[in-house]
Design a binder for this molecule. Structure first.
Ligand code: NAD
Ligand code: UD9
Length: 457
């Protein structure tokens, strides 16, 4: 069996390699020549746990190309971004991938769309484009098989998660099921195309709404003068309550985007868009906290630790860091960034010591494991203040080094501690040096447990 996978990004590449490692001949197609060259030279274009081992297993049956080739199965895993101005899905890449399949489409072929799309996209947009080949739907098979794997555990989850397969007809569903069964060990659930499109969006919208609730609880807890992390831990002891974690906002290529796909053709949705607004406003709320704490500091410098959209990934797509930096710069704060997982970012990335040098406030935005054990002893800051938006630092360790620790969602008061002797280095870059930016008294450590997550009862 030959499979042609269009789009060799975070989803398409691991999927292509899994098919190849399980016996299919796979040609992976990407419009980016550097991605194709990178793979054909035996290198991988991004990091993800387990991908090197998978590549070694798959490489004899995998080649990369800039152009699609005739195949038994065509699988599209191309981007489906959101237009930031209109909050409407941008289907350009899906359309161009479908058009690229057209010259090669034959009777009996199966076309699979893995990209996340608004309900109805397959029937209204993709299938009619594929039919321009002269082969009618029914003569070729079609399925929408949305991906559910979570970045950071993509390869493990691609094999172990259950999957939804929505097919045009019985043949489409059965054929797609048998192909995924080559490597999927989770249950496969079958349905129609539009339901599969809808289910994927419901899953991510559900998570977004629940994170928004946690973010609102964090703000309410601060008003009440209590610690939301302890409160969530206790509330989650209820057998039917499972509150998520607050944070600096929701990023990534999925959860910050997909709820808009669900609602773009509806006039009825209030909860979904309100949740988006709550999560999108978290960088504003965070800056409000910073502003209060640094009110008396002249020429304030903020050091951001963690610009990735979440912990332990190098992906910065839709990261709340972008909005926080933009807002802070607009108010005259100088920004210095550190992220041990990210290699490319529109702002210069520094090591922890350089990023903290002369800083008035370290703001932890991403919950990288590396930050849990971060040693503050050598950091030459000007004001000993750290804001932990993820409740992941070892607060006692920071407090022992004289830092005031402000935890998002903890309403106890915190006073920054000026060191008096440290000045910011001349290298603190002015506010306009980013090349471009995407569209985008001593600390009151009232946490009752280490990181306040478990065990206080
Ligand atoms: N990243 C995730 O964790 C995740 C999880 C579930 C679903 N999804 C969905 O999967 C889809 C792909 O996401 P991703 O994160 O892999 O995107 P990505 O940006 O990492 O990769 C997409 C790749 O497709 C290539 N491409 C664009 N147009 C093409 C074309 N016409 N032909 C061939 N290649 C083309 C791009 O150059 C890029 O390398 C999106 O719809 C996304 O919402 C992503
Ligand atoms: C339903 C679901 O699980 N879908 C997953 C999701 O993957 P993801 O990596 O985007 O998801 P998250 O890990 O939730 O991160 C999103 C953002 O929310 C922040 N966050 C998270 C939890 C929390 O309690 N508090 C927070 O503030 C976090 O920091 C980050 O910014 O979409 C993929 C593509 O569709 C899916 O395939 C994948 O299954």
């Amino acid at each position: 069996m030959k499979i042609c996978v269009l789009g060799l990004g975070y989803i398409g590449l691991p999927t292509a390699l899994l098919f190849a490692a399980h016996g299919a001949d796979v040609v992976g197609v990407d419009v980016k020549q550097d991605v194709v060259d990178c793979l054909n030279h035996g290198n991988l274009p991004f990091k993800e746990p387990g991908i090197e081992d998978l590549y070694r297993e798959a490489k004899d049956r995998f080649t990369a190309s800039i152009e699609p080739e005739p195949a038994d199965v065509f699988l599209m895993a191309v981007p489906t971004p959101l237009d930031p101005a209109t909050k409407v899905s941008n289907l350009t890449y899906v359309k161009s991938a479908a058009d690229a399949i057209v010259p090669h489409l034959r009777k009996g072929n199966l076309v699979i769309l893995e990209s996340t799309v608004p309900p109805g996209t397959s029937e209204r947009v993709v299938i009619p484009r594929l039919e321009k080949s002269g082969v009618r739907i029914g003569e070729f098979l079609y399925a929408h098989c949305p991906e559910r794997a979570i970045p950071g555990h993509t390869i493990q989850e691609m094999s172990e998660n259950s999957r939804i397969i929505g097919g045009y007809d019985r043949d489409s569903i059965d054929r797609a099921t048998s192909i995924y069964q080559t490597f999927v060990r989770g249950q496969i659930y079958q349905t129609d195309i539009r339901t599969a499109e809808f289910v994927k969006l419901m899953e991510n919208t559900c998570r977004d709404v629940n994170i928004a609730l946690a973010n609102e609880f964090a703000q309410l807890a601060e008003e009440c003068g209590i610690n939301v992390w302890e409160a969530i831990t206790l509330a989650n002891k209820h057998p039917r309550v499972s509150i998520l974690n607050p944070g600096p906002g929701v990023g990534g290529h999925c959860i910050a985007i997909d709820p808009w796909f669900l609602t773009e053709n509806s006039t009825r949705c209030r909860m979904v868009s309100t949740a988006r607004e709550v999560n999108d406003s978290m960088p504003n709320y965070l800056l409000h906290i910073v502003r209060g704490l640094l009110a008396s500091v002249r020429d304030p410098v903020i050091s951001i630790f963690g610009v990735a959209y979440k912990g332990n990934v190098g992906d910065t797509r839709e990261s709340p860091a972008f909005k926080f930096i933009q807002l802070a710069e607009n108010e005259g704060y100088a920004i210095r960034c550190h992220d041990p997982y990210v290699s490319e970012f529109p702002y210069p990335l520094m090591d922890a010591a350089d990023a903290a040098a002369g800083s008035d406030c370290i703001v932890v935005l991403a919950d990288h494991d590396a930050f849990r054990t971060l040693e503050p002893a050598g950091l030459q800051v000007r004001t000993r203040l750290v804001i932990d938006t993820r409740n992941i630092l070892d607060h006692e360790r920071w407090a022992n080094q004289g830092f005031a620790v402000r935890v998002l969602g903890d309403g106890s008061s915190v006073q920054p501690v000026p060191t008096g002797e440290i000045v910011p280095p001349a290298s603190v870059y002015p506010t306009d040096t980013a090349q471009s930016i995407a569209p985008t008294s001593p600390p009151s450590l009232t946490l009752l447990t280490q990181n306040g997550r478990e065990g206080f009862i």
